[in-house]
Design a protein around this ligand. Structure first.
Ligand code: SF4
Length: 241
């Protein structure tokens, strides 16, 4: 890597760190602020005694990422506890194992920040940055949080593919793409597992969310997620040439 490339990456990292700090300080949604703090005050027995993050959770990963994995929101006792999205819950276990199999993560597990995990060519974020009751943000909360995703996308100049983990993330990615490149064609492309759509400067790919509800029932298998990630990599690489 040249000195100029190193400097460019350092600048991107600094921009993402500054944005992350801004996100983590946000208290714009009273219902979600109350919920994330309530979760910290009354953790389940297995996490009793742990100090919860209990703040908004920014995205993380490689500043030179070509692929973004976009989820719905941090889990109440996952990202809301550890401070890193998809970290410390079963959904994250499933996702990071898949990213590792495809060479996008340095290790197959993710338990806490600074656990050695590095993403390679990938970035992970959630459409809404605070854990919502029942994993269901309200439309006003979704819209209030959307500019953070817009700004994160703008801070990742190499990004080419967005993998939407579920229908909520699919819709959020479409809205973010429209904010960058103007109105999208109508009718809007519909979410399905394996669906693909042009979304502004990105290719959007859908996959079922790696929630326990989907992975324990076999609705989403490791092979299915592997195939989606292989397709994302193929698009990202083809675009590079
Ligand atoms: S959901 Fe987003 S906008 Fe609302 S408080 Fe959390 S970070 Fe702020």
């Amino acid at each position: 890597m040249t000195d100029a490339s190193r400097e460019a990456i350092a600048n991107l990292e600094a921009r993402l760190v500054a944005l992350g700090a801004e996100i983590a300080a946000c208290r714009a949604c009273p219902r979600l602020v109350a919920w994330r703090e309530e979760a910290a005050a009354h953790p389940p027995a297995r996490f009793r005694g742990e100090r919860y993050w209990a703040r908004p959770v920014p995205g993380f990963g490689d500043p030179a990422a070509r692929i973004l994995l976009l989820g719905l929101a941090p889990a109440k006792d996952g990202g809301n506890r550890t401070g890193r999205v998809f970290t410390g819950d079963r959904s994250g276990d499933f996702l990071f194992a898949a990213l590792h199999r495809r060479g996008l993560a340095s290790q197959p597990t993710s338990t806490r920040p600074r656990d050695g995990l590095e993403l390679r060519g990938a970035y992970v974020a959630a459409a809404v940055r605070c854990a919502p009751p029942g994993n269901q943000p309200r439309p006003d909360e979704r819209d209030r949080c959307a500019p953070y995703l817009d700004r994160e996308l703008a801070a990742l100049p190499a990004l080419r593919v967005v993998v939407a983990l579920g229908a909520f993330a699919w819709d959020a990615a479409l809205r973010a793409a429209a904010s960058i490149r103007g109105p999208l064609p109508r009718p809007l492309p519909r979410f399905a597992h394996g669906a693909e759509a042009a979304a502004g400067p990105f290719v959007l790919i859908g996959t079922y969310h790696p929630s326990q509800q989907n992975t324990f029932t076999g609705r989403l298998t490791p092979a299915m997620l592997d195939a989606v990630l292989a397709r994302a990599l193929a698009i990202a690489e083809a675009d590079r040439t």
